[in-house]
Design a protein around this ligand. Sequence first.
Ligand code: GAL
Length: 652
Amino acid sequence: MKLGCCYYPEHWPEQEWAQNAAHMHAMGLSTIRIGEFAWSRIESKQGTYDWAWLDRAIESLAKEGLHIILGTPTATPPKWLVDAMPDMIAIDANGRPRKFGSRRHYCFSHMGYRKECERITSEMAKRYGKHEAVIAWQTDNEYGCHDTVLSYSNAARDAFQIWLKNKYSDIESLNSAWGNVFWSMEYQSFTAIDLPNLTVTEANPAHRLDYRRFASDEVISFNQLQVDIIRQHSPQRDITHNFMGFYTDFDHHKLGQDLDIATWDSYPLGFLETYPFSEEERNQYARQGHPDIAAFHHDLYRGCSNGRWGVMEQQPGPVNWAKHNPAPLDGMVRLWTLEAMAHGAEFCSYFRWRQVPFAQEQMHAGLLRVDGEEAQGAIEARQAAQDIESIKAQQITDDSSNVALIFDYEAQWLFETQPQGASFQYIWLVFEHYTALRKLGLNVDIVPKDADLSSYAMIIIPSLPIIDDDFLAKIKTLTVPILFGPRSGSKTKDFAIPDNLAPGPLQELIDLKVIRVESLRDGLHYFGTSSNSDDFRIDHWMESIECSAEIIEKCSNDNAILCRNGNIHYLTAWPYPMLLQNIISNMAKDTDLAIVELPDTLRIRRKDNLIYAFNYGLKDIDLSDIDDRWDDRDYIIGSEDIKAADFSIFKA
Ligand code: GAL
């Protein structure tokens, strides 16, 4: 794994560039991302380019032997461009324009803006595409950041109508697929269909889901335009895009197929504050981040681009954008870096090189402070660079992960459209399954539903509402334990309830029928005792079933929780964490997976011939207390005693 940073030469006096580059090199950094917000400096007015400064900035990095990832600047269209084309601005769900003055102020569907992006990308790619130091490209920056995928502009409406026409061909098919006879919503033509915002009450869920599918496709085709141009002018360079955390408004699996390498931006403390973790978790992990936040995304994005991935932006200290922005515990920046390596990252790049004294992100830490001195992040980056050197010598074989966890973007949109209970949040259901697997010490690959599943020892599907024929056929060929979660098979592709009820086509594999569902408010629960004698509680969701399959777990009122037919398991409820862990370890008995029950704050990952153990807790951990197979191991870094915010690496 290589280390790097995000650098903005345009923010600093030119006489400091050479010294910056030398300093980066001395710190052990080698891949530097630049350029992604520099449009106004590259082209100060339409057609007036100033490449000279960027040429010199690139040279100053190249002179130190640093490699460059060049960003296309399309996340920040300059003022002159917006003034010339005011309708390129995205429109929010309330019909308000998202104005110039920050970033990402564009609509993915605007044809004029797309042309401008093609133009600036091709100018850049022609100029730097074959430069020796330029080893990769990043398209745009964080598609969707600040909620920018969904736009309700005229451009989006026109494009949506065309998308619908391509999908349904004739308007009768659309009316029938959406069920528009309901509330007299029938349309006479595709051009009569509007975007599903500003309706009196909710718009038809089928209309909304198609709009989400369309909006995702718009991001993918927008990205594709840049990819095609870069490929033409910059052969043999990798193309990436930097994805975000807990962000699902476009299908990253699909977009990833157009990239050479998927990257993502890892801000564990910012995410802990921003996403719905409990107050207890927020306090416990305020300075470390929840132990599964970074790993979940590492494993998710590894599945997005044929296994090649990296961290484009790594939190180096306090950020500026969360509700509270604590400083990481000393050691965490190094730990996060090595956790990326344990999951197979090709590089990890810190955001940003130096804290900038002006504008929106002046309170965001860099590796260097505003005064140019090294901050804590820099000290840890140096250490991480040394760690990586010492591990390199030890790695031998390649590893293979053992459990497949299926994540489906369309399922996320479907459940957002129709949660049926405010707390039914699909990505959290998946995250809780991930946590259960990781607490059992398992390596996990998070994969799309169309992945090849044939080599996995166990397959976990937290929920898959639409089960298509291909997926069903694939599942039929598998003999390993498979777990389906609640609401699987509960919808047709057109967002209707299947005639034979949920789990729809899955009834071919397991004899059960969901006859009633209910969502549970906070404070409304079912209770029970599992087959391992642990008490459990059911929150959020419960299904009642008719079934002749074997019932393995049930609540105290006899409501079935887990049924099984051969290798197929079906969960009728949102599983309580401990219950889920029990279920998974019982399923693993039919496999050769090695289960180790880890304390809440410890995570391990097996990679090559090594085991990496990370302590996310505030107390020391003695590994020999956890598994006696870990006594007296050959430690490459650390020892059996892992201090808070520290890690050990030993031979497996
Ligand atoms: C990312 C973004 C960067 C910077 C960073 C701050 O979302 O890509 O440009 O804003 O956050 O944490």
